[in-house]
Write a protein that binds this ligand. Structure first.
Ligand code: SF4
Length: 576
């Protein structure tokens, strides 16, 4: 029986390049994005498989609300077993592919198998009347921007794309999956970056996916009048509020600097002497003379947190230059100029790399003495070497842990094999509990808590609540920067399906998503021994208070016990 509104699932077998389209199960109607990816992986992927082998499953799942008129709701989750962590992974991206898939009623694309000939490249074309795989030898090795320019010549203007660069084709464990934004040029600038899922896509020989919604309109909710009224009220309330991301995430630099969570020189300090030149306010100032500005990366986004950065000649360089990138590829590498970081960001987007993982890897390389901190030209050279596949390029492209192994350096800030993002667990200990217990490894989007004054007795509950709210948000299609809460999300779901979604149901949905992911990792072989912070963060202090990671394991492990829901759980905002 067909699922809600005739929704469908696309199954692709890359072993013989065949496609099967199935009805979307009605029982899954409230599963989207991260939660849908987790359920498919738990049921259809062997957790012990080689992440780069034929048994891994790559899931591309838009959120439940993607494709509707709900504001800022078109995000897509890319999921699979991560070659970086060896556990389950979901990486979330904006751009238009999520919206476009859902306008056509496709709840997910599930890619299995592997072509016999690893040298061949394929594309999946998704249309209203179905989907098909074709060989694309002319796309092999193309960088992401060149690829999209090439595809623009043969695809309709309405199509959006999901693609990998050379890093994914080389199956490097820091490789990202790019999604095109909503601009006419379709910049491949929105990345499902974390966890090396670009390498999984590369291991399946899949260079890109095109999604052409043609003239398909937005999805129609069951209670149309109420749903549209809610969209209007919600948008009005958001626009009347503080709009904290209206100048982008990069303007958070001064706050991070003040809190000693603006890592400098491979996290040997929590503050950078270059905070002023890396502050996103400098980027905003550049708009007046160079052009560029703030924009929405996907249609229907009311937050518009994405900065479009131009070069000195006024030409497009990159978007968006985020706080995490300014930190990991800037301050953490001792690089002082936001313009150099913009060049590095563009190179990462071109080659198809996670800026966090790559920045952390370069900082470890510098810290080992192999290169000077602050060598921006050297960092750019390394990124080109990744695309060329040199020995050094491959080590850096495989991420922080691989670079630590290559250099033999002691300071390797990773949890479950994944590099720490900017937000530092030494001043932000509840966030550290998230890094230790999240099925995703060190990932701030899994549950960020910026509250350095929180007492230790509250770390685990704060982490669990943030993890749960963010899991629901990443399943809904809403962007974390809209900061919806559980009550908002269940109200939109209720009017989408014409039924009451209780607080208990939405709490259960979030908890079940975490349970599915933890269970996948348990079957993959993870134990409590994997929930630990690296030794360097226990030994190397930062800030005047000489903060180290000193949270006892008993407190960390409390995050696995379900806390009772309280009022705060339903009204706290998603945060990333
Ligand atoms: S809030 Fe920012 S990242 Fe999120 S969808 Fe909008 S522009 Fe993209």
């Amino acid at each position: 029986m067909a699922g809600p509104a005739g929704d469908r699932l696309i199954y692709v077998d890359m072993t013989n390049q065949s496609v099967r389209i199935e009805p979307f199960p009605d029982a899954w109607k409230l599963l989207g994005g991260r939660a849908l990816s987790a359920r498919i992986l738990l049921e259809q992927c062997d957790p012990k498989c080689d992440p780069l082998g034929p048994a891994n499953v790559l899931v591309m799942a838009p959120g439940v609300l993607s494709g509707t008129a709900a504001p800022t709701s078109g995000r897509i989750s890319i999921g699979g077993k991560s070659p970086l962590t060896n556990g389950i992974k979901e990486a979330n991206a904006g751009g238009n592919p999520g919206q476009d898939l859902m306008k056509l009623g496709y709840r997910a694309v599930v890619v299995k198998g592997q072509p016999k000939d690893a040298a061949k490249r394929y594309a999946l074309d998704v249309r209203a009347d179905g989907a098909s795989v074709k060989e694309v030898p002319d796309c092999k090795g193309l960088w992401n921007y060149a690829l999209i320019e090439h595809l623009a010549q043969s695809y309709p203007k309405t199509a959006s794309f999901i693609s990998i660069g050379p890093a994914g084709e080389m199956r490097l464990r820091g490789a990202s999956v790019a999604c095109t934004d909503q601009e006419q040029e379709r910049h491949p600038s929105r990345h499902a970056a974390r966890g090396g899922l670009g390498a999984v896509m590369g291991s399946k020989g899949l260079k890109y996916v095109s999604v052409d919604p043609a003239r398909a309109g937005v999805r129609q909710p069951a209670q149309r009048k109420e749903f549209m009224a809610r969209c209007k009220t919600y948008t009005k309330a958001y626009q009347a509020g503080p709009q904290m991301f209206k100048h982008g995430t990069s303007t958070v630099v001064p706050v991070a600097q003040m809190l000693h969570t603006f890592p400098h020189k491979n996290r040997t300090s929590g503050q950078s002497p270059d905070a002023a030149t890396l502050d996103g306010a400098r980027i905003v100032e550049s708009f007046a003379t160079r052009g560029g500005g703030m924009h929405n990366c996907m249609t229907g986004c009311i937050v518009q947190c994405s900065n479009v950065v131009h070069d000195a000649e006024g030409k497009y360089k990159t978007s968006a230059l985020e706080f995490e990138t300014l930190t990991l590829l800037g301050s953490n590498c001792g690089i002082a100029s936001w313009e150099d970081v913009a060049d590095l960001d563009r190179l990462c987007d071109e080659v198809g790399l996670d800026t966090i993982e790559t920045g952390a890897a370069i900082a470890i390389y510098m810290d080992s003495g192999a290169m000077s901190f602050g060598d921006a030209a050297g960092a750019k050279r390394i990124l080109r070497e990744i695309a060329e596949g040199t020995e050094l390029g491959r080590a850096i492209g495989n991420g922080a842990a691989a670079t630590g192994k290559k250099t033999g350096h002691r300071r390797v800030p990773v949890v479950k094999g994944q590099a720490l993002p900017a937000w530092d667990p030494r001043p932000l200990k509840a966030t550290g509990v998230t890094y230790c217990t999240s099925p995703m490894g060190a990932d701030h989007t899994a549950g960020l808590i910026v509250n350095p004054g929180l007492p230790p007795t509250e770390y685990a509950k704060a982490s669990q609540q943030a993890q749960l709210v963010n899991a629901v948000c990443d399943s809904s299609g809403f962007c974390q920067f809209l900061q919806p809460n559980l009550d908002d999300i269940r109200s939109f779901y209720g009017e989408l399906y014409g039924e009451e979604i209780s607080r208990e149901s939405i709490h259960d949905l979030g908890w079940r998503c975490l349970q599915d992911e933890w269970e996948f990792n348990r079957r993959a072989g993870f134990t409590a021994a994997d929930d630990t912070m690296p030794q360097c963060l226990k030994e190397d202090p930062i800030g005047p208070a000489k903060l180290v990671w000193d949270v006892p394991d008993e407190i960390v492990r409390q995050a696995y016990q379900r806390f009772d829901a309280d009022e705060k759980l339903f009204t706290m905002k998603a945060s990333g």
